[in-house]
Design a protein around this ligand. Structure first.
Ligand code: NDP
Length: 488
């Protein structure tokens, strides 16, 4: 647990004033020693296993199966057998299952939130207040569409595709599962899903929700493992692949599937521009900057990792930002006061350290608020770089950690030019009080999502996805159903 050191007048915390620990109990979670593969509504023994850890202290949590190629093919065959009866079910019946799943998730949200923070390292207040409500909301939302597809796509005879192979990352394990499974089932498909290697536990607990909801066996199958299991799922006899993760792996999947006839959606990386104009509400913007980059330790594909500040307000923005950063509490993800939790894995920590070192070597100026990081586990202090040039790696590459690069601009035209100067195009933010400027900017930013006077807002009704190397296809909203349907 971290206590902010009180260093002279740099600390905003009054002398002698600290937070009392507010630990969330883990008693509500009961873990098995070893998990198999969830296929056809049953647990199958895996032949090999690996240990999943808690990034806050590297403590082993459980043994998880490493699914082989044969295991994946078996899961896909089971999903195919389940497809006919599931697709033939009255859509209003399919909706009932989705509503049940949503309700059970809401009822068991505390258990899921604790497990999400334990296995992934994110602060409990985020798992509890963001991941869980949104995951349940996705199931509620798509439950509502299940029996209205004819109205959603009039005169187009929407039909399910068959079996969807879904591969998700470690930054929002349960939420990404909900983004993938809810629209697929609402459209009448069956699913084989592979969670990320480091964060399989909430997906495995979700199998118990499926059992409670009495979902017909084989409609949702969960196969755990590393990248090899993901690659096997891409190769298997699926009709569609939905992938969220790195641009590199996304490109490899796209190459592999070219000409195969399998449908594909890719939600990849980002390097979002958060653009602050001199007429904005400054304190509100600083909150938005902090939320944009330090939310979920910056493990967010749409994180506002490039901050563009209008030159005339550069000094006050940077000063306010540093002051605010010094109040962020870094530490135990299961403490309710924690703002910035643990880095998800050693590998990710090493990648963050490498890029931060590159930033220093290239000449950027680094600031980290004084904070004591726990000795065990994976940690990185909230970081901001000033004096950043567009060409620096920290301004070009996705760091996927709590690291912000600050750049400046003078005119809206220059802001657009700089913001779009990236291979990515997932999201962007605009801070100004002028509505006309928001519309002018939003029109010109090459980003799938543009937030105005806010950042990192998600809603199941709103489509999310990228341009350029951030991928293609949309998740969320009506648009999120389309990739799971064929039309005649
Ligand atoms: P990956 O793209 O490797 O992982 C995403 C998912 O794909 C995981 O389930 C992974 O399994 C699986 N996978 C890995 N290799 C293959 C393959 N060849 N075929 C099919 N599936 C595969 O991301 P990483 O976890 O390695 O993170 C690396 C970087 O990617 C991060 O530093 C970050 O910059 C970016 N990233 C972006 C995300 C986003 O939402 N845009 C999410 C996660 C990472 P496994 O977990 O076992 O590797």
């Amino acid at each position: 647990m971290t206590d902010l050191e009180k260093r002279g007048d740099r600390s905003p915390v009054p002398a002698g004033w600290t937070y009392a620990p507010a630990p969330e109990s883990t008693e509500i979670v009961s873990l098995q020693e070893r998990y198999g593969l969830y296929v056809g509504g049953e647990w199958l023994e895996g032949s090999k296993h690996y240990t999943t850890l808690s990034p806050r202290d590297e403590a082993p949590l459980a043994e998880v199966a490493q699914a082989s190629e044969a295991d994946v093919q078996n899961a896909v065959a089971v999903a195919r057998d389940a497809f006919g009866p599931w697709a033939a079910l009255a859509p209003s019946e399919r909706a009932k299952y989705l509503f049940r799943i949503a309700r059970i998730l809401a009822e068991r949200s505390r258990e899921f939130a604790v497990l999400e923070s334990l296995n992934g390292g994110k602060p409990i207040k985020e798992s509890r207040d963001v991941d869980l409500p949104l995951a349940a909301a996705h199931f509620f939302y798509y439950a509502g569409w299940a029996d209205k597809l004819e109205y959603a796509f009039p005169n187009r005879s929407p039909q399910p595709l068959g079996v969807a192979g879904q591969i998700i990352p470690w930054n929002f394990p349960l939420l990404m599962l909900a983004w993938k499974i809810a629209p697929a089932l609402a459209a009448g498909n069956t699913v084989v899903l592979k969670p990320a290697e480091t964060t399989p536990l909430t997906a495995l607990l979700f199998c118990d929700v499926l059992r409670q909801a009495e979902l017909p066996p084989g409609v949702v199958n969960i196969v755990t493992g590393d990248g090899r299991t993901g690659a096997a799922l891409v190769e298997a006899d699926v009709d569609k692949v939905a992938f969220t993760g790195s641009t590199e792996v996304g490109k490899a999947i796209q190459r592999r599937l070219a000409g195969s006839g399998k449908k594909l959606t890719l939600e990849l990386g980002g390097k979002a521009a958060n653009i602050v104009f001199d007429d904005c509400a400054l304190d509100q913007a600083v909150e938005g900057i902090v939320n944009g980059i330090y939310f979920n330790q910056g493990h967010v594909c749409c994180a506002g990792s490039r901050l563009f500040v209008q030159e005339s307000i550069y000094e006050p923005v940077v000063e306010k930002l540093k002051k605010r950063m010094a109040t962020l509490r870094v530490g135990d993800p299961l403490d309710k006061n924690t703002d910035v939790g643990a880095i998800n894995s050693r590998a990710q920590l090493e990648r963050i350290v490498e890029l931060v070192e590159a930033g220093k070597a290239e000449g950027a100026e680094i600031y980290q608020p004084p904070c004591r990081l726990p000795e065990q586990g994976y940690w990185f202090a909230p970081t901001v770089f000033t004096n950043v040039a567009q060409s620096y790696r920290i301004a070009q590459e996705e760091i996927f950690g709590p690291v912000l690069s600050v750049l400046t601009f003078r005119t809206p035209e220059e802001a657009i030019e700089k913001a779009n100067n990236t291979p990515y195009g997932l999201s962007a933010g605009i801070w100004t009080e002028k509505g006309s400027r928001i519309l002018w900017m939003a029109d010109r930013l090459r980003a799938g999502v543009v937030w105005a006077n806010t950042f990192n807002r998600f809603d199941p009704t709103s489509p999310f996805g990228g341009y350029k190397e951030s991928g293609f296809g949309r998740e969320g909203g009506l648009h999120g159903l389309e990739p799971y349907l064929s039309f005649s």
